[in-house]
Design a protein around this ligand. Structure first.
Ligand code: ZN
Length: 439
């Protein structure tokens, strides 16, 4: 099917097959993958032998829970190419994630893997209504990060006109948005907000731009943030999900109904497990998302723990796709802050701040431990009109924010209102938490 015609489903056979048929496809691909991994990756052979299982024990996806998990640490321990299942001569590309500490995580692709990646990104872009008639400006970073090149190849696959500008250089981004009549912007949600600010500074009304769709991912963002971005840029904003270990962007994406993200399940089998006990959970239960990549050749991963928290929904979507949908990821197990015993996700504070309406979508959380007591300080930019107000008004606004956060989260906070544009803007992934306790 040619995307851009009457349907926006790129691969109807796989995206709309019955649940039973999907289970068959997944089972067959899983058996084949386990066989390959067992004989080609000593790390997995040992893990399976330790658990007393052989490839013949895996008959279908109901046997998934017999298999071992894989973690980011396993990739690090086997740095750089220890988990590859093919000889290096078969690998046509590598990417790597920036490790803040220690070795980066390296991922590899065969020629077929690059084809698979283009296919899955093509499906996700089509779900967002992108077609060959669009001009897509790819403002994700190009390089070792998978964002730029991943979206790039998928966009070419559907025949859109790709503008490979990469991240940063915001004034030039805006010039090209105008001159090239860009209709689709792909970048991190935080960078799209920064672009909207610079547009404002340049006195350009987003309504005068042909831009209509945003493909945003690579960091968790809330629906309140979506509303903010849609209003500021006058576009429809879609959430695209992916991670380099699984393939990069293109693992899942929203459709026009935006009731969760459709997972490309014939390539990536999802599970949700309890984040502490690792026991598999059912549909509609909240837990850690785990993927098994059944078609990847260079770096097939068994039950990779993403650390992202979500819920899976199996019911059919009104768009016609039958794939399982995952909730928008707004928290990661390693994002969770424990403040005096209370679990808090930065996304909860983001929602509260944005829904109040008096502040800008730019904030910072500073966590510290003073006299053995955890402290949480929220820095938040307020709208210009409030900043010129008298001190008394500012104090009452700050008290209002403090009370709202405290009554919602049950933990005491210190609120600091800062001038517009004080908090550092990001051209890639935003850093919103400074945890001084981790020093
Ligand atoms: Zn749908």
């Amino acid at each position: 099917m040619i995307a851009g015609e009457n349907s926006m489903i790129w691969n109807e056979r796989y995206e709309c097959m019955s649940r039973d048929e999907m289970k068959e496809v997944q089972g067959e691909r899983l058996r084949e993958m386990i066989e390959r991994v067992y004989y080609n990756v000593p790390f997995y052979r040992k893990k399976m032998q330790d658990l007393g299982i052989e490839p013949s024990d895996v008959r279908g996806i109901d046997d998934l829970d017999k298999l071992p998990f894989t973690t980011k640490q396993d990739l690090r321990d086997n740095y750089p190419f220890g988990l590859f299942a093919v000889p290096k001569s078969e690998v046509v590309r590598v990417h790597a994630s920036s490790g803040t500490t220690g070795d980066p995580t390296v991922v590899g692709y065969t020629r077929k893997d690059i084809g698979t990646w283009s296919e899955v990104v093509a499906r996700t872009l089509s779900a967002c209504g992108v077609s060959r008639d669009d001009v897509i400006q790819v403002a994700y970073g190009y390089g070792l990060f998978t964002g730029g090149l991943g979206v790039h190849y998928g966009s070419e696959r559907i025949g859109a006109t790709v503008v490979p500008i990469s991240g940063g250089n915001t004034k030039k981004q805006i010039k090209l948005l105008k001159d090239f009549e860009t209709t689709v912007l792909a970048c991190t949600p935080s960078y799209s907000l920064y672009i909207s600010e610079v547009l404002e500074e340049m006195n350009i009304d987003p309504k005068d731009l042909p831009l209509r769709v945003g493909i945003f991912g690579a960091e968790p963002w809330t629906n309140s943030m979506r509303k903010e971005i849609e209003e500021k840029l006058k576009i429809k904003a879609f959430d695209i999900y992916g991670l380099s270990e699984i393939i990069g962007p293109g693992v899942a994406c929203e459709c026009e109904h935006q009731t969760g993200l459709h997972i490309i399940e014939d390539h990536f089998i999802p599970e949700v497990v309890d984040k502490d006990t690792l026991k598999p959970l059912g549909y509609e239960e909240n837990g850690e998302l785990v993927f098994t990549t059944v078609t990847k050749e260079a770096l097939p991963l068994i039950r990779y723990r993403t650390k992202d928290l979500t819920i899976l929904h199996p019911d059919k979507c009104s768009c016609g796709r039958t794939s399982v949908r995952m909730d928008k990821v707004t928290g990661r197990t390693d994002d969770m802050l424990i403040i005096r015993g209370v679990n808090i996700f930065p996304s909860q504070i983001e929602s509260i701040l944005l829904e109040m309406g008096e502040t800008k979508p730019h904030y910072m959380l500073i966590v510290d431990r003073i006299n053995n007591l955890d402290t949480l300080e929220v820095w938040i930019e307020i709208n210009e009109e409030y900043f010129s107000d008298e001190i008394k008004k500012l104090q009452s606004l700050s008290m209002k924010i403090k009370h709202t956060i405290e009554s919602t989260l049950g933990v005491s906070v210190k609120v600091k209102l800062v001038e517009p544009k004080t908090i550092q803007r990001s051209e890639g992934k935003a850093q919103r938490v400074i945890d001084k306790r981790k020093k």
